[in-house]
Ligand binder design. Sequence first.
Ligand code: C2E
Ligand code: MG
Ligand code: MG
Length: 638
Amino acid sequence: MEYAGRMAASLPYVLITVGFYLHYHHLNKPYETFLNLSVGVFSIIIAWFLGKQFDKARYLLKVLAYNNTILLENECQLLQQQEQLELVIDNVNASIWHLDLSTNRVIVSKGTECLYGYSKKEFKQEPMLWKKVVHPDDKTIIESSEKELFEGNITSREYRIIQKDGETKWVRGIIKPLVDSSGEITNLIGMTIDINDQKITGESIKYLAYYDQLTDLPNRNYLFTCFCEKLEECKQQNLQLAILFMDLDSFKMVNDTMGYLAGDHFLQEVAKRLKSCVGEQDLLARLGGDEFIVLMNAADREQVELAVQRIQDVISSFILLKKEKIYSSISIGISLFPNDGEDIQQLLRKADQAMYSAKKQGKNNFQFYTTALDAVHQRKMDLEMGLRTAIEKNELFLQYQPQVELETGEIKGAEALLRWHHPKFGNVSPVEFISIAEESGVILHVGKWVLQTACKQIKRWQERGIFIKVSVNVSPLQFKDKQFVEILKQTLLENQLSPEFLAIEITESVMQNVKESSIILNELKKLGIKIAMDDFGTGYSSLSVLSRLPIDYVKIDRSFVKDVITNTTVATLVRTIINMGNNLNFQLIAEGIETKEQAAFIFKNGCRFGQGYYYSRPIPAEDLEALFHKQDPTIRII
Ligand code: C2E
Ligand code: MG
Ligand code: MG
């Protein structure tokens, strides 16, 4: 009976134990099951043997059961947390993975499937799949990361992967090695994040910051960054670096006469041609406008000269713009590191000075920097500064060169030529300062003053009985200026001047855009003023093109007249120009007549007017007045 009672008393504990067993069995936890079974059996034994101490045993069992309940609750919580964690991991917009290096077993999160396009199963089957899909160009990035990883460091790298559908994507992979107690790396856990959008935005920001969008060439920022690196490299390796500063000779004209769009095409074509001339190690950049820079690695003077030759050759062949052949040339200045300077600013400035000097030598030229150029540069700066205040300070004045009828030697007109008496440099030639005025834009202001002064003079002469036509040189920049026609109208009105006494001299460069120029010329024609094509023969326009425009006078350039007696080819050329010009009904003026022979040749061949030192140098207005009254018969040819 007692035995049965004891059995009965221990029954609840047996049931609890079986309950635990079933529970843990279900959870596949054999260790805990065994523990609870032992607890149950142990409680039966205690109940059996302690008899009277049954209550105590029951108490003990209660404690044990209580502990087991807590154990159970903790286990449940753990499982719950694990499930939650899995839920979180699967919902993270990234690939999270774990690789057991000893078994090569890989566990990946759901995000991995989205990122790579491969399923969890495919990853499990091929544990190294994540590495296989790395873009071939970025494999080295992964290799370098692995090296770090197996030194026990966390690595973080940006690289491209190729998704299952073949798309390329930028990702950032972060990997942590896990080590066991012996310090050996046993597992890797990692996270791969999609950074494609960010990277593309970043790349385009970088592109905007470092590349010129028009030509696709590196820009000023890129140049400066790269320049620093190159200088350091050259310093360390004792190498020479050549800096080529290049400036197109006629870009301003193209831009001004053909429009910005055509100017853009022009620059794109130039950039393309320049690219074909530089080596892989060299850097070609667009500094801005029509200025380009080449950094030539380890180049000696001979190599530089060869490169310069190549560049000038490719630029000098024509560029087709709006179906017209545009000829161009480029001036190049060169400075050398370490000879000419140690820092970027210095080297660039010196290459720029050399370029300016090359331009002054007649364009399509090149020049290495020499210390003598410092003075030239200083002069240019002084002139540029001085020009801004030259009018206010009364430093500018006009001289007039008579234009005569060759047959009679009578003065029929005069060309107004600008003069500048600089306080420091004395008389400065317009050949030097007009280009500076054009570069800085001051020409618009100066040109307006010239026009105003010349018109006042015409009026003054008329009041004194001298009725001659005065021609004024007009820069292409003025010609292109939207207010130009209005300025002319206004000036004529203010001076109450009849328009036929005023002529403007334009150069062939405005012919770069015949269509646009003809609109302006027709407006000028409507005003009633005369138009002369200056320096004919030096540019690329033909008389037949000019015949379509309302041009009255064609001035045969001085360079032809100079050789007309001594060079038979030139003589033939001049004869042809005169014949054609007459046939096209232009009035012809020969420039730069210095001798009686030249005058005779020109006249004999049918040119009606002439201008040159033979008749008179450019002189002050009062002197021309005196000359006009004298009308020296000795200057007649026949
Ligand atoms: P240009 O319009 O062709 O002017 C003729 C130039 O030839 C003048 O030089 C004149 O002094 C020079 N010349 C005339 N006859 C002879 C000669 O027989 N022999 C030689 N060797 N030279 C002769 P200048 O005055 O030095 O002007 C040079 C250029 O500067 C002008 O060439 C013109 O393009 C430009 N220029 C002068 N004044 C102005 C101006 O007011 N505005 C603009 N935009 N340009 C001007
Ligand atoms: Mg002229
Ligand atoms: Mg001329």
